[in-house]
Design a protein around this ligand. Structure first.
Ligand code: CA
Length: 228
C-alpha cells in the first residue's frame, strides 16, 4: 500500500486527513511534531508523499522539508498552509516542496494532489533509456538524471518533469498553463504561481547567472522558453 505521512499538530485536522487518506486507499502515517515526522521517515523509508503543516510546536514545516530534502529528493512533499499566511512568503520558503494546499481544503482536493504526486513519482519508469542532449545539458530519462558539463544536478521530481518538458520542446514558448497541465496533470486545480516557484528554483540550479537567465527565458505575459 502506498504510504503517506501526515504531519499536523492539530489533532482534529490530522484525524480528518487520516480518515480520508485511508478512504482513498493510502496507508497513513501520523506525526504531531517535526521531530516525530523525521523519525517516522527514518522508520518508513518507503513513504512516497509527505504532507507537512507549517506551524508546529517544535521545528516548522519548512525546516522539516529541508531536512527531508537533504537526503531524499524522491519523496513528494505537500505543504499545508493557512489562508492567513502571506503566499509570497510561503512560496519563497518552499525550497523543496512540490505543492501546497491551503486550509481549509476538501478531502477530494488533497487526495487529488497526492494522487498526482504518486503518478509523477511512478512516472515514466517503463520507458526505455533515452538521452536528451542540448548545450551543456544531458538528461537521462530512464535514470531521471540531469547533468550540466558532466556534473550531476540534483532535481526534485517536479523540477525534473519541468526540465524534461523543456528539453522535449526546445525553442518553443510554453505557457504557464501548458507547464501546469503537463507536469501537475490536467485535473490539477491549484494556482499557476506554483509554476513560477519551481522555475525560480530550477534557475538557481541550472543557470550560470540566475539574475540573467539564458537557458530558461521568460516570455512576458505568457510563460517560459527553453533554449540551450
Ligand atoms: Ca499547526
Amino acid at each position: 500500500m502506498k504510504k503517506v505521512l501526515i504531519l499536523e499538530d492539530e489533532v482534529n485536522i490530522r484525524s480528518f486527513v487520516v480518515i480520508n487518506l485511508k478512504r482513498a486507499g493510502y496507508d497513513a502515517i501520523e506525526a504531531a511534531t517535526g521531530q516525530e515526522a523525521l523519525d517516522m521517515i527514518q522508520k518508513h523509508p518507503d513513504i512516497g508523499v509527505a504532507i507537512l503543516d507549517i506551524m508546529l510546536p517544535d521545528i516548522d514545516g519548512f525546516e522539516v522539508c529541508r531536512r527531508i530534502r537533504a537526503t531524499n529528493k524522491q519523496m513528494g512533499v505537500i505543504m499545508l498552509t493557512a489562508r492567513t499566511q502571506e503566499m509570497d512568503k510561503v512560496t519563497g520558503l518552499m525550497t523543496g516542496a512540490d505543492d501546497y494546499v491551503t486550509k481549509p481544503f476538501s478531502p477530494a482536493e488533497l487526495t487529488a494532489r497526492i494522487d498526482a504526486l504518486f503518478r509523477r513519482i511512478g512516472g515514466d519508469s517503463a520507458a526505455g533509456s533515452e538521452l536528451l542532449a542540448q548545450g551543456p545539458f544531458v538528461m537521462n530519462t530512464r535514470n531521471h538524471t540531469l547533468e550540466k558539463h558532466g556534473n550531476r544536478i540534483r532535481l526534485t521530481q517536479v523540477e525534473y518533469s519541468i526540465m524534461k518538458l523543456f528539453m522535449q520542446n526546445p525553442g518553443r514558448a510554453l505557457s504557464r498553463e501548458d507547464i501546469l497541465g503537463a507536469v501537475w496533470g490536467k485535473d490539477y486545480d491549484g494556482e499557476l504561481k506554483i509554476v513560477d516557484v519551481n522555475i525560480r528554483r530550477l534557475r538557481i540550479k541550472i543557470e550560470d547567472d540566475t539574475s540573467n537567465p539564458s537557458y530558461i527565458t521568460t516570455v512576458w505575459g505568457f510563460g517560459y522558453k527553453w533554449g540551450a
